[in-house]
Design a protein around this ligand. Structure first.
Ligand SMILES: Cc1cc2nc3c(=O)[nH]c(=O)nc-3n(C[C@H](O)[C@H](O)[C@H](O)COP(=O)(O)OP(=O)(O)OC[C@H]3O[C@@H](n4cnc5c(N)ncnc54)[C@H](O)[C@@H]3O)c2cc1C
Length: 60
């Protein structure tokens, strides 16, 4: 588990398409705000499910 030491104005949990779109929209509506996206993948891991990972049955 990664300890988050940064502070943020908004925290979005989950780095899937919905989470990332939400983060982009928050940034658009609140320029300069610090938006933190916390994904379950962790550093070096899969950060989101937008792109299929190895062995995925999803269409590329
Ligand atoms: C097997 C399969 C195949 C699919 N194939 C296609 C396809 O070919 N084309 C297509 O358009 N759609 C496909 N889909 C659908 C597509 O994946 C979903 O509609 C889309 O990813 C949903 O986006 P989401 O952001 O809601 O969820 P996700 O993409 O699932 O994102 C949620 C994110 O939140 C994270 N998360 C969950 N809990 C926590 C937590 N407690 N803390 C931190 N992070 C957390 C997860 O790790 C994940 O990264 C497929 C789905 C499945 C299951």
């Amino acid at each position: 588990m990664t300890e988050i030491t940064e502070t943020a104005d908004f925290t979005v949990i989950g780095a899937g398409i919905v989470g990332l779109a939400t983060a982009v929209e928050l940034q658009r509506r609140h320029p300069g705000a610090r938006v933190l996206v916390a994904g379950a993948g962790g550093p070096g891991g899969r950060c989101c499910n937008i792109l299929p990972g190895p062995g995925s049955v999803r269409s590329p």
